[in-house]
Design a protein around this ligand. Structure first.
Ligand SMILES: O=C[C@H](O)COP(=O)(O)O
Length: 236
């Protein structure tokens, strides 16, 4: 399974290094074979080699250039980062990234062979319109995206569940995941208020290949427990 931690705008470089080290030690200790990803804040990226894959939360679709406040391929290469999160709801809804800009970013990093964790999700007002409207909304977030890309992981993250403590029911998670799986065979993660006490049930859902966790993974011991849950499921 894929167990991923998005640290968002949290943890300094020093704390991130210690976080990664704690996860590596835990993976060694329990001899875990899960695919574990950590996405640190940009300024906390550091060369990291181990079982954990370090990814970027964002980067511009460029090698380098005049894009104030952004980083590009050259800055990621410095830290051997070959994994990137694209289409996260905070970038879509807070930072105003359009589907066109997202698709451009996707295609640029696809050309570079990056592993791409591509996020989709609907706001509450769309969900309240019913399943058909919601699925159409999610499909629009696939516009310009190669769903057959071999290095693709998709994360379904309902916007209204992110950072709110609210989650869809387990039945709804399964239902939506199974529908999304009709469109792509890429591993499909669930994200949105996954906590240590809900992770196991979510990981057990049909159609769920892993989780992308924000606030619930900020404490490294909680993130490690989620990795352990995935291990236990695999061994059952
Ligand atoms: O990328 C992670 C998601 O935005 C979920 O964040 P959250 O676990 O804090 O709700």
């Amino acid at each position: 399974m894929v167990i991923a931690s998005n640290l968002k705008t949290n943890l300094t470089r020093e704390k991130t290094i210690s976080y990664l080290m704690d996860v590596e030690n835990f993976l060694d200790e329990i001899k875990s074979n899960q695919d574990v990803y950590v996405f640190p804040a940009q300024s906390s990226l550091n060369p990291h080699h181990g079982k954990v894959t370090q990814g970027a939360q964002n980067a511009y679709a460029t090698k380098n250039g005049a894009f104030t406040g952004e980083i590009g391929l050259e800055q990621l290469e410095e830290f051997d980062v070959k994994t990137i999160l694209i289409g996260h709801s905070e970038r879509r809804h807070i930072l105003g990234e359009t589907q066109e800009a997202i698709a451009q970013k996707f295609n640029f990093y696809k050309t570079q062979g990056f592993k791409i964790v591509y996020c989709v999700g609907e706001p509450l007002e769309v969900r309240e319109e019913g399943e058909d409207v919601m699925m159409k909304y999610l499909e629009l977030q696939y516009e310009g995206i190669d769903l057959d890309y071999e290095n693709l992981i998709i994360a379904y993250e309902p916007v209204w569940a992110i950072g709110t403590g609210k989650t869809p029911t387990l039945e709804d998670i399964s239902k939506i995941h199974l529908k999304l799986k009709e469109k792509s065979s890429a591993p499909l993660l669930y994200g949105g208020s996954v906590k240590v006490d809900t992770a196991l049930d979510i990981l057990k859902c049909d159609g769920v290949d892993g989780v992308l966790v924000g606030s619930g993974a900020l404490k490294v011991e909680n993130f490690c427990k989620m990795i352990q849950f995935a291990d236990e499921l695999k061994n059952n």
